[in-house]
Design a protein. Structure first.
Length: 256
């Protein structure tokens, strides 16, 4: 083979390599463009309600700071209500949390709580035991989460009453918004939370079944602001979970 033929072969191999590299570069470029387009579409797609199910939050809006401190505006104090209504008492190592059951807000759920705590319901031997596992301090002023609402953190103390309510599902009952000191069922239960600030951004998404007395809110505030926590991701929501869950003994205190 003469020199001319060898040069022609080398030029041919070089051209084929150039074509292969060009095709590979084009494929990589198209793949990157596709990923960028998908990522951009994901950012603008509306989030579905069930994206928050793991963190139970149903509604979110940016609210002025003063609403976080709100409680009900009628003249009757929660202590006065507690003199007439049955009271759910949660005894913890941090202190006692007394929750006045609001039968006028959630008649079915409060009936189930009374039945489970006074021994007439179908409950197990550990029916008076439960625990708090999630503790959220008050958010900093101006803190906004991925959904446009205040947080994180989310100003609440969350626990479970599974041994009292059992494994059944309770329907949503009409009632007020979650204000400071209100005890709310999460979904159909049996988990619940106590709001340490008002959560008007959640609307009427939760069944409100009770009010924590002002004296007991000191205990709630101490746990949410001072107890050690760590961060976790539930669904699309950043939450703070107690390093060690806080156990409680649940009992019923009847009004007079």
């Amino acid at each position: 083979m003469d020199d001319t033929a060898r040069h022609a072969m080398r030029r041919g191999r070089t051209f084929r390599c150039f074509l292969l590299r060009s095709c590979y570069s084009c494929c990589v470029f198209l793949l990157l463009c596709s990923r960028v387009e998908r990522a951009a579409a994901a950012r603008v797609m509306p989030r579905r309600e069930n994206d928050r199910e793991h963190a139970f939050v149903g509604y979110s809006e940016k609210l002025p700071e003063h609403v976080y401190e709100a409680r009900r505006e009628d003249a009757t104090t929660v202590e006065e209500e507690g003199a007439r209504e049955p009271m759910l008492v949660l005894e913890t190592f941090a202190g006692v949390i007394e929750i006045v059951l609001r039968q006028d807000w959630a008649p079915q759920l409060t009936e189930a709580l009374v039945r489970g705590l006074d021994g007439s319901g179908v409950v197990g031997a550990d029916a008076r035991e439960g625990w708090f596992y999630r503790s959220e301090a008050a958010p900093e002023p101006g803190a906004i989460d991925n959904y446009g609402g205040p947080g994180p953190p989310y100003a609440l103390l969350q626990g479970t009453l599974a041994s009292v309510l059992g494994t059944g599902t309770y329907e949503k009952e009409p009632g007020p918004e979650a204000l400071r000191g209100y005890a709310c069922l999460i979904g159909g239960g049996p988990d619940f939370f106590i709001a340490s600030r008002a959560h008007k951004e959640w609307g009427n998404a939760h069944t409100v079944f009770g009010e924590v007395t002002e004296a007991s809110m000191v205990v709630v505030d101490t746990v949410t602001e001072e107890y050690p926590v760590h961060r976790e991701l539930w669904g699309q929501t950043n939450v703070t979970v107690l390093d060690e869950r806080l156990a409680f003994a649940a009992s019923l205190k009847n009004g007079v």
